[in-house]
Write a protein that binds this ligand. Structure first.
Ligand SMILES: Cc1cc2nc3c(=O)[nH]c(=O)nc-3n(C[C@H](O)[C@H](O)[C@H](O)COP(=O)(O)O)c2cc1C
Length: 207
């Protein structure tokens, strides 16, 4: 896959292009992808805090709650973008989101940890980003961010999200503006007893 990605990445932005100070913010289209199927849980609360600040800063936000959507797994058929310009020939909610990935200046992921990894729906979403590689669509140069939480009090439990996030965006030539990793939250609302919401807001300020 690395060769395909290198071939696709003809253009990408210089590091730092997407970082703005509050005084001189470049207005961006931000795509927010959430992974929890639990409405108004801990990661949704971080998402809301992020969006509130990002909108106050003048950015435009598109949010997809993929934890509530229907996205099948990539079947590696490599027929991406071969049918009516659809990203995936197996038409599901990924195809609704795909145009927003292409247009976005920044992509932000917000998710809980499930079994030391991404929940299935958001993993399926990430797998289908492969369609841009096969379809030779240039999506390099985006800013990105990560918000994640889990029950375990040991922050290393979140390595199963942090590591694939960092490796994936490296391959895609996206630049992370920050990671908000919050351990020790299980029930809805427990995020309020942490610094997760403030850090989610600070992540929005970093874009
Ligand atoms: C199916 C499932 C698997 C989970 N697996 C883990 C896990 O491996 N490690 C962990 O620390 N927490 C795990 N959790 C707990 C969630 O990460 C935690 O409750 C988180 O705060 C949920 O975020 P949310 O409210 O945004 O859904 C799991 C929860 C569920 C429902």
């Amino acid at each position: 896959m690395k060769e395909k990605v290198s071939a696709m990445l003809s253009v990408f932005s210089a590091p730092g292009e997407y970082r703005g100070s509050r005084k001189n913010i470049m207005k961006k289209k931000i795509l927010v992808i959430t992974g929890s199927p639990r409405r108004h849980g801990n990661s949704w609360a971080m998402t809301d805090a992020f969006i509130e600040t990002a909108e106050a800063n003048g950015h435009s936000i598109t949010r997809f709650d993929v934890g509530l959507s229907k996205i099948g797994g990539c079947v590696a058929c490599e027929k991406c973008f071969s049918k009516e310009n659809q990203a995936c020939v197996y038409n599901d909610d990924f195809n609704k989101i795909a145009p927003f990935i292409q247009e976005a200046d920044a992509v932000v992921f917000s998710t809980p940890l499930y079994w030391y990894s991404f929940p299935g729906q958001i993993k399926n979403f990430i797998d289908k980003i492969y369609s841009f590689v096969v379809g030779q669509k240039d999506i390099a140069g985006k800013a990105c961010g990560l918000m994640a939480c889990c029950e375990d009090h040991d922050i290393s439990a979140l390595d199963g999200i942090r590591f694939p996030y960092e490796k994936t965006i490296g391959l895609l030539k996206w630049e992370s503006v920050g990671e908000v990793l919050i351990p020790g939250v299980f029930h809805k609302g427990e995020i309020n007893a942490t610094d997760g919401l403030q850090r989610a807001s600070a992540l929005a300020d970093a874009l």
